[in-house]
Design a protein. Structure first.
Length: 297
């Protein structure tokens, strides 16, 4: 089975690991997919949503579209239950005047608009509850991110595993980038909310799930994260699952600059036994710059 990769998928993706995690990963040939409740960001897969609207414009145009949906000359594709109801009203003989129709429905529309933040919170909570069941593998597009070496690679004593997809069915081809935002993602603008209020648009017409799964606050942008999402996984009741990767996809093991000789020798032996095409590389401070670079061993 082949996958259509993201157009900006980098040539390699990197998994920062402690020494213990590196041993386990290399020995088993598996990577850990985890539920977001195990992540170190309390907002992961739990984002707030915003509506960027002008109340007066939305109310008036929504009422106009509702009348047109029920009695206009052109049919439309319903996006929610209200849209289906408006199409049914087309079959009725009774046709009120536009003003009468709008004034009858205005209080309900105004109430929906006034309570939009409550609706957004309910939607966000429902999406978060569903996303909390997902299993996710977090990777980075860079092997030289200093905070990642400090936070995930045991204070530069661990490794970064470099993965490069070698086949059309590599799991790494399914990776998607995380979008980092300063403010809450906007669910609907004026027209989008008008279409929803008037029955022409549903939440399924907006890629809300992707916004939840692949959006983080800008505070985390340094991670340059890409994610592989396995839905609820193969064992939905478990918080973690260990998924096999192709030995050919392991491009290199990059040792932190503080790894010990004993640990390097242990990893070299594991690589020689299981990963014939895997290279060994070393993280080191770049000459004359306050950054890291990667060198072959």
């Amino acid at each position: 089975m082949s996958f259509e990769p993201h157009p900006e998928l980098p040539q390699s993706l990197y998994k920062y690991c402690s020494q213990a995690a590196a041993r386990a990963t290399l020995a088993s040939g598996t990577l850990q997919f985890s539920r977001p409740g195990l992540f170190n960001d309390g907002f992961d897969l739990r984002i707030a949503l915003a509506l960027n609207i002008n109340e007066e414009i939305v109310i008036e145009r929504a009422l106009e579209q509702m009348y047109d949906g029920a009695y206009g000359s052109t049919s439309f594709l319903p996006g929610n239950r209200l849209g289906a109801l408006l199409l049914i009203m087309r079959q009725l003989q009774w046709k009120p005047e536009p003003g009468e129709f709008k004034e009858a429905l205005r209080p309900a529309v105004k109430d929906l608009v006034a309570n939009r933040n409550k609706m957004l919170q309910q939607l966000s909570d429902a999406l978060a509850a569903e996303a909390a069941k997902f299993k996710v593998l977090c990777l980075s597009s860079s092997p030289t991110v200093a905070p990642l070496w400090g936070n995930y690679a045991e204070n530069i004593q661990g490794v970064a595993l470099q993965f490069s997809p070698r086949s059309d069915d590599s799991i790494f081809l399914t990776a998607r980038p995380v979008n980092y935002v300063e403010h809450e993602p906007v669910l609907f603008d004026d027209q989008g909310f008008i279409d929803w209020l008037s029955g022409r648009r549903g939440f399924a017409d907006t890629d809300v799930s992707s916004q939840v799964v692949y959006t983080k606050t800008a505070d985390w942008a340094y991670e340059r994260e890409w994610r592989i999402v396995a839905g609820c996984g193969w064992k939905p009741d478990e918080e973690r699952e260990f998924v096999e990767f192709s030995v050919d996809d392991l491009e290199a093991v990059i040792f932190g600059s503080r790894t010990t000789e004993d640990f390097r020798e242990e990893v070299k032996q594991l690589v020689a036994e299981r990963y014939p095409s895997c290279k060994l590389r070393q993280l080191k401070p770049a000459t004359g710059r306050m950054t890291y670079e990667i060198a072959d061993l």
